[in-house]
Design a protein around this ligand. Structure first.
Ligand code: MRU
Length: 349
């Protein structure tokens, strides 16, 4: 199974699979300092909410392994501020930074080497926990699609191995179905403008031998109207306390169309994507990206010079369109305010 990063503990280097070059080239970027990881996140060499969080955790390790002579607290806060700025919508980055801060706090009198060891252990834990969560939520999600015939699932963007520590969230459900012996057929929408569906989801599923059919984003309505889709399954970058879910631009229209055609709409995410401090989707910051992603395809201009562009990277699907939110702690059902709060309580037990 493909992984979006590899941590070399001996050399203290984070190797990032450059997802901008997939599927035509497999190129790894060597990140030897926190700045390089921040660039890789901002420029989308590594992307997907959980993978961004894990990369940021290793960036903190690098910031301490190759840091200057300032105080640990100010070094941490400088690193955190720079990393939090890279991609604002996905809350996993903030959650990972909070875990790293909590790990650092009791180490005021520790040696520099002890601090690096502790921070590295925390980043490893975050990565391992994400992989474990994906397997667990994958199995839970698969149980929501009972039946014997082939399961037909539509997904948007890439919420697979490439977006996480491995296995994936939406594609974790697909993998769990396939591992259970069920025939699965995935429809992947191309996900304009960055084409994560066409470039990454299609590639990742084909590598695993899972049947996948590519459609353009404009074909989703006709596909759902055709009447033989078992579910739409997507990931999330941030889930508000009321269940409103931010995910890659284009998710919202798929959710509305799914409801119109009576197709279950599942959001699959580790609990680190749930942000109970954000009451509703209206408070989720939506990242806007540069115009070149819209006016160009693969570096080639397709629109007239000077045309204004609006390029929000994410949209918010209101909770009323969501059938269930599948996390490693359990499946939340409407009303999500209560069900997510109950799952949050499980952590503290
Ligand atoms: O801009 P990206 O590629 O980072 O956006 C990714 C998505 O929207 C994914 O669907 C989301 O992060 C969930 S990944 C498990």
């Amino acid at each position: 199974m493909v992984r979006p990063f590899l941590w070399d503990s001996e050399r203290k280097v984070l190797h990032v699979l450059d997802q901008r070059r997939l599927p035509s080239e497999t190129v790894w970027i060597e990140c030897a300092d926190a700045h390089a990881v921040g660039d890789a996140i901002r420029e989308m060499a590594i992307r997907g909410a959980p993978a961004i969080g894990i990369a940021a955790a290793y960036a903190v390790v690098l910031g301490f392994a190759r840091g200057g002579g300032d105080s640990p607290v100010s070094r941490f806060e400088d690193l955190a501020a720079a990393l939090l700025n890279t991609r604002p919508t996905a809350v996993n980055l903030r959650a990972a930074i909070a875990c790293m801060r909590a790990r650092l706090e009791p180490l005021a009198t520790a040696s520099a080497a002890e601090r690096v060891r502790a921070l590295e252990a925390e980043a490893d834990r975050i990565a391992a926990e994400d992989l474990r969560a994906n397997h667990r939520l994958g199995a839970l999600g698969a149980s929501l699609l009972p039946g014997e015939g082939p399961a037909r699932v539509l997904t948007h963007c890439n919420a697979g191995s490439l977006a996480t520590s491995g296995y994936g969230t939406a594609l974790g459900i697909v993998r769990a179905l396939a591992e259970s012996g069920r025939e699965v057929e995935v429809f992947a929408s191309e996900t304009r403008p960055y084409l994560q569906g066409a470039r990454l989801t299609a590639w990742e599923l084909m590598a695993d031998g899972i049947p996948v059919t590519l459609v353009t984003d404009g074909m989703v309505g006709s596909l759902l109207a055709a009447g033989d889709m078992d579910a739409v399954v997507v990931g999330a970058d941030r889930i508000a306390a009321n269940g409103d879910s931010a995910n890659k631009i284009g998710t919202y229209q798929a959710a509305v169309l799914a409801k119109e055609h009576g197709v279950p709409f599942l959001v699959a995410a580790p609990f680190s994507s749930v942000d109970l401090e954000t009451p509703t989707g209206a408070e989720i910051p939506i990242e806007e990206r540069g115009p070149e992603e819209v006016v160009e395809i693969a570096g080639r201009r397709i629109a007239p010079e000077g045309v204004p562009v609006w390029n929000p990277a994410f949209d918010v699907t209101p909770a009323r369109y969501i059938t269930a939110i599948v996390t490693e702690r359990g499946v939340a059902r409407p009303p999500f305010g209560a069900s997510l709060a109950r799952l949050a309580g499980l952590q503290r037990q």
